[in-house]
Design a protein. Structure first.
Length: 571
């Protein structure tokens, strides 16, 4: 899994792969002021020196000729762009935003971001939009993939956040893989699964659920060829078998959960015979899968977009959690329901409020106490933060198409190429009064609809942190200069905030200042990383939250004491 590009190396610098939620540590080889090679960082605890092909070819992405290097503007979407200064671009955009807000209210503007943003960039965007502009219309493309996982954790366990870690892979006896082609999409993790299997092939079992035969399926001990969309019937049927075979941890259920009797009533009707008719999986395989899961001392469920990006994805997540709660396989080494994140910082975005219903620290805009806490911290009037959740991703673009949202600002994503129903996205963008696109590249499917183009720095050209699938925060240094006039996303947003009249509240001159502010706001929350700092991350390396103090080592897994962040402490 390692390959090096050609190039002369002056020095190696620790960094982080910006491609997916596995969160691999890498060493960037610098020569002549540019990244010319990368290789795995053996000291990074998430990847242990491994990389996949995407990371290996990172230097090639920095050599493209389609970088956006200067601010540009035009009066209409069919007209030519004109190069302008940063001052002109931001002053003009701020003036237009203020005009729209004055005439139509703050909900007439919206921001659409991405899991490619650093945590600091997510934070400053949320602070600006929700705390100062006064709308919760900030959502991201993570809504399309990880929102169901986040909601599933919240409903079942009391808070977002995967309870397991990659180290649990090294000791698990059962891997239940559902809705994930881990071999292709998370190869570094799959390598670790294979190593665990080969270390004890007679004991370690892999069950794979997928409508298609994949490389993941080919390595599994048991394959369940499910009919698409019927995951809940399968999962409920497995729980049905566990109940009938007395493989439930009654002590754990009685002490640490609620609603189990109602759940038993629900799954009673999902016998393997019934589930076979729904799922297309032979009942004997359903029983076998349940028995493997139930008899294993340590069971780890891994899933990704096959579950999350699907109809009733939240309920599918809940059904996965039910298996672990019913058997007590959570909060212990080798156990837990573990959603594999897609984008490199979708997790960090959730931590800082990167969806229309959230505020930093897993707080919610609908919660009056949460709004008060954040407003006090930001030194704004208590009523400034709206209690109404902002528009979610596709609803946001529908509102643009209806003329309700007049101005939309798109950061680090290309919805005209990547969102569902791109024709719909394009029609909506054509109807907007103002489209601002903040990106590293031009042209893209989305920049063709822009009135304003703002050039952003990308990986290696700015510093910041990201959080991967196992809640591990990694610092990324700036090791190269951005081309032309491109700026870090946090800097662009800070300058815009000042043009909007919020100079005193956006004094930031570095991403480190933003991070130092953010960690204070996480204190006492489920995703507390108030013990983290740039200095500590540089010195000690990545940290897993919760990390509530400077001497705290970070948390390998959640719920080790079987107390959940719910009013009664039960899941």
């Amino acid at each position: 899994m390692s390959r090096e590009a050609n190039g002369n190396i002056d020095r190696w610098v620790k960094s982080y792969c910006p491609y997916c939620g596995v969160g691999c540590g890498l060493l960037a080889g610098l020569g002549d002021g540019a990244v010319v090679k990368v290789k795995g960082d053996p000291d990074h605890p998430s990847s242990l020196g491994d990389l996949c092909a995407k990371a290996v070819y990172l230097p090639e992405t920095l050599k493209t000729t389609d970088r956006l290097v200067h601010p540009q503007m035009r009066r209409c979407q069919d007209g030519p762009f004109t190069r302008v200064s940063w001052e002109v671009a931001l002053k003009s955009t701020a003036k237009k935003f203020c005009e729209i807000i004055d005439e139509h209210g703050p909900n007439a503007v919206a921001f659409y971001g991405s899991g490619q943003l650093t945590t600091e960039e997510y934070y400053v965007a949320n602070k600006l939009v929700k705390g100062f502009i006064g709308t919760n219309n900030f959502d991201t493309n993570s809504r399309l993939c990880m929102a169901s996982a986040a909601a599933g954790y919240k409903i079942s366990l009391g808070s977002d956040g995967p309870p397991a870690s990659y180290t649990d892979i090294d000791v698990a006896d059962c891997f239940f893989l559902i809705g994930t082609n881990t071999a292709d999409c998370h190869p570094v993790i799959f390598k670790r699964i294979k190593q665990r299997k080969m270390s004890d092939p007679g004991r370690v079992m892999i069950v794979a659920v997928d409508p298609r035969r994949t490389e993941t399926v080919d390595f599994a001990d048991l394959y369940l060829p499910i009919r698409p969309g019927t995951d809940i019937a399968l999962l409920n049927s497995m729980l049905h078998v566990l109940v009938k075979q007395d493989l439930i941890d009654r002590g754990f259920v009685n002490l640490h959960t609620e609603g189990f009797r109602e759940m038993m009533d629900l799954v009673e009707k999902y016998s393997p015979q019934v589930a076979e008719q729904i799922c297309g999986i032979p009942e004997c395989l359903i029983v076998e899968a349940a028995m493997i899961f139930g008899k294993a001392d340590k069971a780890l469920t891994l899933w990704s977009m096959g579950v999350n990006q699907s109809t009733v994805g939240v309920h599918k997540n809940n059904a996965i959690h039910n298996l672990h709660l019913a058997t007590g396989k959570i909060g212990k080494p080798g156990c837990g329901p573990f959603s594999l994140t897609g984008q490199p910082n979708a997790m960090g975005g959730r931590e800082v409020g990167g969806m229309g219903h959230l505020l930093p620290g897993y707080r919610e805009v609908a919660n009056a106490l949460h709004r008060e806490e954040v407003a006090r911290f930001w030194r704004i009037p208590p009523g400034r933060i709206s209690p109404a959740p902002g528009l979610s991703a596709l609803d946001l673009f529908e509102a643009v198409g209806r003329g309700e949202v007049k101005a939309v600002w798109i950061l680090a994503t290309n919805p005209a190429a990547s969102a569902p129903d791109t024709d719909f996205i394009e029609r909506a963008l054509r109807l907007a009064e103002l489209v601002v696109v903040q990106d590293a590249y031009h042209p893209t499917g989305t920049t063709q609809f822009a009135h304003v183009l703002l050039p952003a720095a990308q990986w290696s050209e700015k510093e910041g942190v990201m959080t991967n699938s196992e809640r591990r925060i990694t610092y990324m240094p700036k090791v190269a200069e951005a081309p032309g006039e491109a700026l870090p996303d946090w800097k662009i947003l800070t300058l815009f905030a000042r043009e909007m009249g919020f100079q005193e509240d956006f004094p930031y001159e570095s991403s480190e200042e933003l991070f130092a502010e953010l960690v204070q706001l996480t204190q006492g929350t489920p995703c507390d990383y108030s013990g983290a700092s740039y200095e500590r991350l540089k010195k000690e390396g990545p940290l897993q939250w919760p990390c509530p103090g400077p001497d705290h080592p970070g948390s390998v897994r959640l719920y080790g004491e079987f107390s959940f962040p719910t009013p009664d402490g039960r899941a």
